[in-house]
Design a protein around this ligand. Structure first.
Ligand SMILES: Cc1cc2nc3c(=O)[nH]c(=O)nc-3n(C[C@H](O)[C@H](O)[C@H](O)COP(=O)(O)OP(=O)(O)OC[C@H]3O[C@@H](n4cnc5c(N)ncnc54)[C@H](O)[C@@H]3O)c2cc1C
Length: 314
């Protein structure tokens, strides 16, 4: 926490919920604006699952997700900021215009709130799936890492428009793609099925008896009809669950998929409350999360400067 007070007696300038790339960026900016803030994180950043990101600008040799988070925490600490480990269990906006958040049996108050709570991936039902994600055998994000899969053989687990959409995206990189629905109906209309066949994508709708992951590179599928198929990697197109409980409790406007609605300044429908990162956007990327947090933190600072009489009347 930056500043002299901890928000229990004197309200803080801002509370940032979430210490992934978005929340940490907000913290770095708020610290550099010499703001009094609390950054709280429950340690479940998606970034921690990135084996090595090769698309994040500035790292020509790629960067491991945990290393990136550690670098950002160090940067925060060098600006005099800090991160409190814990989970915000409740948040409310009171008539005095202050946000109050509960962490354990303590309550903290602030004039601004940045929600950077992220999303949770729906993982495919595979043995040791989290270890496989960590090793890059099960992948979540073709925008992030399909370039590393050129001409490899890939399974996309999913169905409907989402599953086929991901398979078609991957088609830029490799012709060897099979869409596996895990026994669910394919859920595609005739036009989409035609598009799939034209792109040379095969669909397997029969149940899968077994999927085993071997080493860092191979997935072996045993289908109910006896076929055995071997692939270099599995992409999951099963979607995500936004961590939107706090936003919902605050009454912040959400899209039907429960992501937060924001304007160009990352402001939510609730005055003084902001959203940044995966919880906001459809484009789940490190750089997008960081940029949104920068915009939010600058807007918080500018609002506070206006209250302090430190900017020109507009
Ligand atoms: C396997 C994988 C590979 C990826 N590869 C890439 C890549 O190569 N390039 C790229 O650009 N992107 C990649 N991504 C996406 C990237 O990780 C995310 O876009 C990024 O982490 C989003 O940052 P965020 O801060 O919004 O959310 P997160 O990183 O998920 O952080 C949210 C944080 O909020 C905390 N939190 C939630 N609720 C609470 C609460 N109530 N109280 C306290 N804390 C709370 C969580 O514990 C978590 O630490 C990848 C994602 C995955 C899963």
């Amino acid at each position: 926490m930056a500043g002299q007070q901890d928000g229990r007696e004197t309200p803080l300038d801002c509370i940032v919920v979430g210490g992934g790339p978005a929340g940490l960026t907000a913290g770095i900016y708020l610290a550099r604006f010499r703001r009094r803030f609390l950054l709280v994180d429950s340690g479940q950043s998606r970034a921690a699952w990135i084996p090595r990101s090769h698309n994040h600008p500035g790292f020509p040799g790629g960067v491991n997700g945990i290393e990136l988070l550690e670098r950002m925490r160090e940067q925060l600490s060098r600006q005099g900021g800090g991160l409190v480990e814990g989970s915000v269990s409740g948040a409310a906006c009171h008539q005095d215009g202050l946000f109050r958040v509960a962490i354990g049996d303590q309550t903290f108050a602030a004039s601004h709130l940045i929600l950077a709570t992220g999303v949770i991936d729906v993982e495919p039902p595979l043995p040791n799936v989290l270890e496989a994600v960590r090793r890059g055998l099960v992948r979540q994000c073709p925008i992030c890492d399909a370039f590393e899969m050129i001409d490899r053989s890939l399974v996309v687990i999913g169905s409907g428009a989402t599953g086929l959409g991901e398979a078609l995206f991957l088609r830029t990189y490799t012709p060897h793609i099979v869409l596996v629905t895990l026994g669910q109906p394919l859920g595609l209309d005739d036009a989409s099925r035609r598009r799939m066949h034209e792109a040379g994508i095969e669909a397997i709708e029969t149940p899968i008896v077994e999927i085993t992951l071997e080493g860092d590179r191979l997935a072996r599928l045993i289908c109910a009809d006896g076929r055995v198929l071997i692939f270099d990697a599995v992409y999951s197109a099963l979607g995500i669950h936004p961590r939107a409980d706090l936003a919902a409790a605050l009454g912040v406007a959400l899209y039907p998929d429960r992501r937060i609605v924001t304007d160009d300044h990352q402001r939510t429908s609730l005055d003084g409350c902001y959203g940044a990162g995966d919880i906001v956007t459809g484009l789940n990327q490190l750089g997008v999360a960081m940029a949104q947090a920068q915009i939010a933190a600058v807007d918080v600072h500018n609002r506070l400067r206006a209250r302090e009489g430190l900017c020109l009347p507009s």
